[in-house]
Design a protein around this ligand. Structure first.
Ligand code: B12
Length: 210
């Protein structure tokens, strides 16, 4: 009989098929889907996030772990009842206008998904107006802006200003990130927070919602 702790270990090790098998076994044995997510899949990604932050795991391993986590999520998500919906909140994420870098943004999105957030990923090179439309449509709790170029950092401020002009600023918390971005810059442009990596971004999003 498989144990939920085995799911944690298999996620950390990035064993995609094993995570799917163990998850299915737990479901067949009557384990609650929400418990499998919380104590298995999300718990595994939490460890991955901590190890990434501590430079004990690197981007490719994190991506494989996220894939393993998704393999389990695909099995349990459809089984969740309305009341036990795993969603910790909704995050609209994208790389801002003029910027095509998405490796970091994707990593953050995966970590957020691993922590139970619904992520609406708009992609790269996203103009402020598109963020405004997405906030109207998806009513997220959090908006995440990514920029990797010093030349596209001003587009973060433009996006925040556009959300304010559209009267949506108070409905969302805005977090920013990307290699050239800092806490000071976040304060300067009126964002609600900055995080240096996916694991901290997840902590920040959890704080926003609490
Ligand atoms: C890969 C890469 C590319 C790839 C991008 C592929 C892709 N699909 O993303 C390609 C080849 C396309 C590319 C193109 C260019 N690039 Co480039 N690229 C890089 C490189 C080598 C790595 C970036 C990366 O993926 N890092 C790994 C990820 C995991 O880290 P990360 O992005 O920082 O993300 C983490 C955090 O920042 C944070 N985070 C990220 N986003 C968010 C969002 C939120 C909300 C939060 C909370 C946190 C967060 O969490 C992430 C996970 O830990 C960097 C150099 C570097 N070392 O950073 C240059 C770099 C960013 N590129 C650079 C440049 C100049 C360019 C080009 C202009 C080159 C050119 N002349 O054509 C073009 C621009 C294209 C465009 N319009 O965007 C410069 C930028 C210089 C500057 N200061 O502005 C850099 C720094 C290289 C250099 N030293 O010159 N690039």
């Amino acid at each position: 009989m498989s144990d939920i702790k085995d799911v944690v270990e298999a996620v950390i090790a990035g064993e995609v098929e094993k995570v799917a098998e163990l998850t299915q076994e737990l479901v067949d044995a009557g384990e609650k889907p929400s418990e499998i997510i919380k104590e298995g899949l999300v718990a595994g990604m939490d460890v991955v996030g901590d190890r990434f932050k501590a430079n004990e795991m690197f981007v490719p391993e994190v991506l494989i772990a996220a894939k393993a986590m998704h393999a389990g999520m695909d099995i349990v998500k459809p089984l969740l009842t309305e009341g036990e919906s795993a969603s910790a909140g909704t995050v609209v994420m994208a790389t801002v206008e003029g910027d095509l870098h998405d490796i970091g943004k994707n990593l953050v999105a995966m970590m957020l998904q691993g922590a139970g957030f619904e992520v609406v990923d708009l992609g790269v090179d996203i103009p402020a107006a598109e963020f405004v439309e997405a906030v109207k449509e998806h009513q997220p709790d959090v908006v995440g802006l990514s920029a990797l170029l010093t030349t596209t950092m001003p587009a973060m401020e433009e996006t925040i200003n556009s959300l304010a002009e559209a009267g949506l600023r108070d409905q969302v918390k805005i977090m920013v990130g990307g290699a050239p971005v800092s806490e000071d810059f976040a304060d300067e442009i009126g964002a609600d927070g900055y995080a240096p990596d996916g694991s901290s971004a997840t902590d920040l999003a959890r704080e926003f919602i609490a």
